[in-house]
Design a protein around this ligand. Structure first.
Ligand SMILES: NC(=O)c1ccc[n+]([C@@H]2O[C@H](COP(=O)([O-])OP(=O)(O)OC[C@H]3O[C@@H](n4cnc5c(N)ncnc54)[C@H](OP(=O)(O)O)[C@@H]3O)[C@@H](O)[C@H]2O)c1
Length: 220
């Protein structure tokens, strides 16, 4: 398959690119700083630009029309602390996803797989109340508002989607993934998911139609 990764320079995004290349897919990515991707390997095409700019997204699709898109953007804060100040525009993920689905429709690309987080959309109600409080009272609420607005934009666009909602991300080797319903009912409070398994699962969801138009929560 031809797969476009938006957010390919990020921690999950780089692992997604590795996973796609290891499975023999042709990968393109749009990067503000192509150097962040290291040596360009066979099968990877890098276009310099930003997903906040519609013309850059168009140029990326023109360079290589993908069969499917995987979005692994983050709206960063000054550090990973939930209380650290946001350092990105408030609708970063919403606006980038809006650009992506607009160009997907121009080029006839049907499917996007979007990395979200447990607690986004209808999985909020089943997040433990202590975690809900943390997300509401810290600067994490900007992230959730952006994920939710991005979800609305993608759903309303009419393209096929998979929203992937992992629990807390960790750097670990764990690869076994447990898939929960869209509303995350039953997910333990301390559940975590390794970035490696998130990357593998995003690629699984891109390759298969089993999860199309759903929003599963995943954990290890
Ligand atoms: N942390 C957790 O425990 C947790 C749990 C569940 C889900 N998640 C979700 O996982 C997702 C990805 O996380 P991650 O750790 O892989 O993210 P990350 O390493 O911070 O990567 C962020 C990506 O977004 C891009 N980006 C950031 N700001 C941008 C801007 N202003 N304009 C254009 N591109 C920008 C970055 O590009 P540059 O390299 O150019 O900056 C990079 O490719 C997030 O959506 C997050 O909500 C996280």
């Amino acid at each position: 398959m031809r797969v476009l990764v938006i957010g390919g320079t990020g921690r999950c995004g780089k692992l997604v690119i590795d996973e796609l290349l290891s499975r023999g897919h042709q990968v393109s990515t749009l990067a503000r700083s192509p150097a962040a991707l290291g040596n360009i390997r066979d099968g990877l095409k890098v276009i310099k630009g930003t997903p906040t700019n519609l013309e850059d997204v168009r140029a990326t699709f023109s360079a290589d029309i993908p069969d499917v898109v995987i979005v692994t953007l983050n709206a960063p804060r000054a550090s990973d602390s939930p209380f650290a100040a946001p350092i990105s525009p408030p609708r970063l993920m919403t606006d980038c996803n809006a650009n992506v689905v607009a160009v997907m429709k121009e080029f006839g690309v049907c499917k996007t797989v979007v990395l979200q987080a447990f607690g986004a959309g209808d999985s909020w109600v089943n997040m433990n109340c202590v975690l809900q409080l943390l997300m509401k009272k810290s600067n994490m609420h900007y992230q959730y508002e952006d994920h939710n607005a991005a979800e609305t934009v993608v759903r309303n666009s009419g393209v096929d989607y998979v929203f992937v909602r992992p629990s807390r991300l960790v750097e670990a080797d764990e690869q076994r993934v447990k898939v929960w319903p869209n509303d995350g009912k039953g997910v333990p409070m301390m559940a975590s998911t390794s970035r490696v398994s998130v990357a593998r699962w995003l690629v699984d969801a891109a390759e298969s139609d089993m999860w199309d138009n759903s929003a599963p929560v995943i954990t290890n």
